[in-house]
Design a protein around this ligand. Structure first.
Ligand code: GLN
Length: 196
């Protein structure tokens, strides 16, 4: 069975564990670096990227995450999680450089400007599907680097992207009942497991 870790330092990790459990995989909370070893894939949840960054440093996670990334194991970052995975974060020295994106924190406005809006999904080359995007003080993807595939758009902006084994989105798929994005990630992990 495939085992998926959810980084559980801060933020909406419980909701991700619940969504993954509904996809019939073994999902568990990762609180310490050693717990990464058992995972076939990892989700970095939304929350507050500055807090996640501090806790990553405090618990000495970074080298273990780099190892996980270099091993080619799938990773998905949602909202603050996307900020953590990004190559560049405007004005700030956070971002682990796992996906070739430039992002801007809080670029859709403040907490009060949080919103729900349908996004156009393009998963598995199937265009024209809607997905309820829940945006909470969301980061914006301001530059999509080369080799990054766009899997979801909000109007003219990319909001769900993938580069090789790394997926990132600026919204919160774990907060709605729709499991398609989690299922997509689970399929990536199963394929990676079969092939490695
Ligand atoms: N505004 C948060 C940050 O910059 C992200 C918000 C979220 O994850 N919902 O880290």
């Amino acid at each position: 069975m495939c085992r998926i870790g959810v980084l559980a330092l801060q933020g909406s990790f419980r909701e991700h564990v619940q969504a993954l459990t509904k996809c019939a995989v073994h999902a568990y909370e990762v609180r310490l670096p050693d717990q990464l070893k058992a995972a076939d894939g990892l989700i970095v949840p939304g929350g507050e990227s500055t807090v996640i960054d501090k806790l990553i440093k405090k618990y000495g996670f970074k080298a273990h995450l780099d190892h996980f990334f270099r091993a080619g194991k799938p990773m998905m970052g949602t909202c603050a999680g996307m900020i953590m995975l990004a190559g560049k974060v405007l004005g700030q020295d956070i971002g682990w450089g796992y996906i070739n994106l430039t992002v801007e924190r809080n670029a859709y406005g403040r907490q009060i400007d949080s919103f729900e809006q349908d996004i156009d999904l393009n998963l598995n080359c199937r265009k024209g599907q809607d997905f309820k995007g829940i945006f909470i003080r969301a980061p914006k993807i301001v530059k999509v680097g080369t080799d990054v595939q766009i899997l979801g758009m909000l109007g003219k902006e990319a909001v769900l992207v993938r580069q090789n084994h790394v997926v990132a989105c600026s919204f919160h798929p774990e907060l709605c009942r729709d499991l398609r994005i989690h299922q997509y990630f689970v399929q990536m992990i199963k394929k990676n497991k079969r092939e490695s």
